[in-house]
Design a protein around this ligand. Sequence first.
Ligand code: NAD
Ligand code: WQD
Length: 339
Amino acid sequence: MKKTVLVSGGAGYIGSHTAVELVAAGYNVVIADNLSNSDRSGVEGVRRITGVEVPFVEVDCCDKAAFAKLFEQYAFDSVIHFAAFKAVGESVADPMKYYRNNLLSMMNVVDLMREYGRHNIVFSSSATVYGEADELPVTERTPRKPATSAYGNTKQMCEDILRDAVAAYDGLRGIALRYFNPIGAHPSALIGELPRGVPQNLVPYITQTAAGVRECLSIFGDDYPTEDGSCLRDYIDIVDLAKAHVAAIDRMVTGDGENYEIFNVGTGRAVSVFELVRTFERVNDLSLNYKVAPRRAGDVVAVWADTERANKVLGWRAERSLDETLRSAWAWERYVRKL
Ligand code: NAD
Ligand code: WQD
């Protein structure tokens, strides 16, 4: 019988792509989202791509009583918990908003899983937990650094909540996936990233500049101690990232592994800001308006993943090339802007 997975935050960027890959892998999916940073188009896109009328429940995971109804209605045994706020700068300006939403929703998921006898949780963690790491690439054993934002702190705290809950409560299993920099869109261009307001992340800023919505991309710093002076990141394709969630669910459903596990989800390749911009221009045959600007406060110089554990243990590896990914990012922007 098909197993069911609850995808909290499934109307959003990573959740919608993951819902598609779960359906493709033979899972039933239920999407829960309060649409605080998304809209129904994400769910509609999932339905169009899969041809399946994936159920959607509009609910705030922080509202435990309302969230509990979903556990009564659907017999899922696994949850992928994406629902969280994710804007680093906003979290510094309004930390309580982030602690309340990200911690409470996580605690409600864990409590309800126990109350309703459900077993498997995948948590959306982030490479932000490594901060400015002392060793590169970072492995899952590389020590976490004290968080420099409330957002980053919620990721560390939620990892710890999951670790402690799994250690204490029989039957509960957890996997924390530490995503590096997710970029790109589904090849159909029916789902993708929908930033509200001015994009804070590099690729949406690039695509909006190419579309003429933003005048000029600022490259934050060309005087870092790297080959070309710009920062290095590990940009992971969104479909590859979505597939890592399917691998994590498969692993828990089949009962393999430890009760609590952590995996880096990246490509293992460091790409500079200049290289990313140049690749975007080349694969999409356009020229981008950009300038060099001062460094952005809080940026780490370089971080990229050692992916050996995910490759060997999870049996997952990133497959799409940066060229393909940056083509998909531009196709999505054109679809959104009707260009
Ligand atoms: P997103 O904002 O597109 O998706 C998150 C979804 O959760 C949104 O649809 C939002 O409406 C929903 N949501 C937020 N709070 C909720 C609540 N209390 N109840 C119900 N729904 C709620 O963001 P995303 O990029 O898809 O990120 C998904 C997860 O991955 C987040 O936990 C984020 O912190 C994590 N993550 C993202 C990145 C990244 O760069 N995008 C990197 C590392 C980790
Ligand atoms: C990438 C590079 C910028 C915008 C953030 C979060 C992290 C994680 C992923 C959730 C950096 C440069 C950017 C611009 C630029 N999210 N840049 N001009 O900062 O690596 O990670 O998203 O967990 O927690 O901090 O990603 O896309 O913002 O920046 O030059 O307009 O692009 O300086 O070197 P970042 P990003």
